[in-house]
Design a protein around this ligand. Structure first.
Ligand code: ATP
Length: 225
């Protein structure tokens, strides 16, 4: 990101001059007080929002210049994980993950093999025919991680992935993200979880009022909440 500003239509300056480079294979936490701009920064990374000013490059592609019809092509290389999972309620765990491959028109014969592979990685082989409503929060988040990685993205973005989970399930999710990162995938995660950031030391970028105030390798959470 080069001098990135995001001003919402109501005049709120959510980001004010962000300069940031994340290399392939890094693990980065985005921290900061509520309303400081973390989600906005993350939305720019998966092209949910475009900058008001400045340049966002994802894998070398300027997201502002991407035509609408090409957005799915850019997103294919990005997996996104949300606090509230965002699974399709009428599809099973298996179908939720398969849907992400169908959306990018993966060959039918590959879908079954790959979906079963990622569901095994997240430890849900025996729950794959359950609906989201029949799964615990931790299990639902593991389905959403399987969905995020099924197309072999170059990076995974997680916006408070442990926000709705108890400590044990939160750690399970973190070990999965660590495993995904160890395989070479870049992971960017916005979080309020002090214990996780201070235990699993990684690069920490702190934002306050839309400005980067700290960027440290092996950093700490640094706030009291
Ligand atoms: N769609 C929107 N329209 C207008 N203002 C917005 C919009 N989205 C966010 N904002 C504002 O932009 C600022 C940054 O919001 P953002 O959601 O990026 O913060 P955050 O750091 O992720 O907060 P939290 O930790 O509470 O999730 C806030 O003042 C927020 O009210």
């Amino acid at each position: 990101m080069h001098d990135v500003w995001k001003v919402y239509p109501n005049g709120v300056e959510a980001l004010r001059g962000i300069d940031l480079k994340i290399e392939q294979g890094e693990f980065v936490y985005i921290v900061g007080p509520s309303g400081s701009g973390k989600s906005t920064l993350i939305k720019l990374m998966y092209r949910e929002e475009v900058p008001t000013h400045g340049v966002v490059l994802i894998n070398g592609v300027n997201v502002k210049r991407v035509r609408d019809w090409k957005i799915p092509h850019v997103r294919r290389k990005i997996g996104v994980v949300f606090q509230d999972y965002k699974l399709l309620p009428n599809l099973t765990a298996y179908e939720n993950v398969a849907f992400a491959m169908e959306a990018v028109e993966a060959p039918r014969r590959k879908i079954k093999q790959r979906v079963e592979e990622v569901l095994e990685l997240v430890g849900l082989t025996d729950r794959m025919h359950a609906l989201p409503s029949q799964l615990s929060g931790g299990e639902q988040q593991r389905v959403s991680i399987a969905r995020a990685i099924v197309n072999n993205p170059t990076f995974v973005i997680a916006d408070e992935p442990t926000g709705n989970l108890d400590p044990e399930n939160s750690w399970d999710i973190m070990y999965l993200l660590e495993e995904i990162n160890n395989r070479g995938t870049t992971v960017v995660m916005a979080t309020h979880n002090k214990e996780i950031v201070n235990t699993m030391r990684q690069r920490v970028i702190a934002i306050e009022q839309g400005v980067i105030v700290r960027d440290e390798l092996g950093g700490e959470y640094g706030y009291e909440d």
